[in-house]
Design a binder for this molecule. Structure first.
Ligand code: UDP
Length: 467
């Protein structure tokens, strides 16, 4: 997952969300950052005024709200699994309260666990800019970028971990530390009665060796580690678990929308719903290959009528994003059927509507983490074409829950094929939705946490029995 931006972290750090229980967390804390003053619509089109300022936060759903989606039996399972955990407290620690997938997930998970009477506290570590510069560099290095690990960087990392260790209390039965930034908190383990778990959300398949060797001794002290895909994990002497990332079907990004609202949003963006719509939603990043998507669309367009929507964000506060947006505009030329939208970060509802209005969704990534945009598209029953990279093949089983592609030409072929074979497209769209329902929803994730906490509690009670 992409690390949060400076703005997002700044919002997170002040004030610290502190010890949040489900009751206190309340409605989606995510604050989308400063309001934009410049409209930044694509193709010279200004963005509609309705998206220029952040909307008020949406209310947090309760467990019962998921009944219509997952059914009573699944809800009963969750209550059953939580029964033996009642009153056992959990602490989750990460490095930001807003921005990024981890905070988004914790915003939902923490209240739901607490609603199941597993009291869960969420703490965010604090640090100066020097700390977050180091951890961002670590993040990139763990993803494979080259990096010179200096003594100074190690000192900064360790000093802030120590400061947070002094500040935080660990009185809970289980402690879950998310990602590398707070990994050094494990040094408090011996003073606690807790089981400690490291939840790694990033791909460690090809890390910078020095950074990984620096972090590994911390990781090895945990009782267990969790990765988002088998291919993201490392060899470790501790038990490892697989938790796929997940989406919340009741969030603004994924909830059902009335067709009138989808229509209104399409009208505002100049998207014509009477003709096929091919969409990619992504940050303007070369690894998402938006130029390749334009090329594939142009090849397919020789045979089938369609529009292309490229909805992204980040180009206005990221110089590289702005350069990529420019490349996309140049590749698009003066084709009026290509609609390029540089959206502010709070446009979840608009992205939801655009995905729902789409005939096909594309995610032609060249490199990917898990690829949540794919999960979102599949959940909406959309026939989805995506690059066979990162976690995408976990989601797209070729020709069953979507189609995988490896080239511009392959992508063009599949756009053309799906637009001219609507029954097949509908079939894979429906299977894709089932696949997400089974594996990648918030409620499935909640179930995995409950199972893990039960395993840890049992292991702990076994250790406590004198031989
Ligand atoms: N997204 C968004 N606005 C944008 C582009 C993307 O809200 O302009 C969302 C998208 O819907 C998804 C997430 O950002 O929820 C991107 O996650 P993904 O795993 O696909 O890619 P990442 O950006 O983390 O590499």
């Amino acid at each position: 997952m992409k690390p949060p931006s400076e703005d997002q972290r700044a919002t997170a750090a002040n004030p610290t969300p502190g010890s949040q229980t489900g009751a206190e967390t309340g409605a989606g804390v995510a604050s989308p950052g400063p309001a934009r003053t410049e409209p930044a619509g694509g193709n010279g089109r200004p963005l509609p005024a309705s998206v220029l300022t952040p909307p008020p936060p949406a209310p947090s759903p309760h467990l019962d709200d998921y009944r219509t989606i997952i059914g009573q039996a699944q809800l009963d399972d969750l209550h059953f699994l939580a029964r033996d955990l009642k009153g056992k407290s959990i602490k989750m620690v990460n490095s930001t309260a807003v921005g990024g997938g981890v905070a988004e997930m914790l915003n939902r998970l923490v209240p739901l666990l607490s609603e199941l009477e597993v009291p869960t506290h969420w703490e965010v570590i604090t640090g100066g800019n020097d700390f977050f510069e180091v951890t961002k560099a670590f993040h990139n290095a763990l993803h494979g970028s080259s990096y010179e690990l200096t003594k100074a960087a190690q000192e900064i990392f360790l000093t802030y971990n120590e400061k947070n260790r002094e500040r935080l209390q660990f009185g809970e039965e289980m402690v879950v530390i998310h990602d590398p930034q707070p990994v050094g908190l494990i040094r408090s383990r011996d003073k606690t009665r807790a089981s400690w778990v490291w939840r790694c959300h990033i791909d460690l398949s090809n890390p910078d060796a020095h950074v990984w060797e620096f972090l590994r001794p911390f990781v090895e002290q945990y009782d267990a580690a969790i990765f988002s895909s088998p291919s993201f994990a490392r060899q470790l002497p501790i038990p490892q678990y697989l938790f796929y990332p997940c989406i919340d079907p009741l969030s603004e990004k994924n909830k059902e929308l009335p067709d009138a609202l989808v229509q209104k949003i399409c009208d505002e963006f100049g998207i014509d719903r009477s003709r096929p719509i091919v969409t990619q939603v992504s940050r303007f990043d070369r690894l998402k290959d938006p130029v390749g998507v334009v090329q594939a669309y142009k090849l397919a367009k020789k045979y089938v009528d369609c529009q292309l929507v490229l909805a992204g964000g980040g180009a206005s506060d990221d110089p590289e994003g702005a350069a990529v947006l420019q490349e996309v505009k140049e590749a698009a030329g003066n084709d009026r059927d290509i609609i390029i939208l540089d959206l502010p970060p709070w446009c979840a509802l608009e992205i939801n509507a655009i995905q729902r209005a789409s005939t096909i969704v594309v995610q032609k990534s060249l490199k990917e983490g898990f690829g949540l945009t794919v999960t979102e598209a599949l959940w909406k029953g959309k026939p989805t074409i995506a690059g066979a990279v990162g976690g995408i093949p976990n989601q797209i089983i070729h020709k069953l829950t979507g189609v995988l592609v490896h080239s511009v030409e392959g992508c063009a072929f599949q756009i053309r094929y799906l637009l001219t074979h609507p029954d097949f497209a509908k079939h894979i769209g429906a299977s894709g939705r089932d696949h997400v329902k089974e594996n990648f929803l918030m409620t499935t994730n909640l179930k995995r946490w409950l199972l893990l906490f039960r395993i840890l509690a049992r292991a702990k009670s076994r250790r406590a029995v004198p031989r």
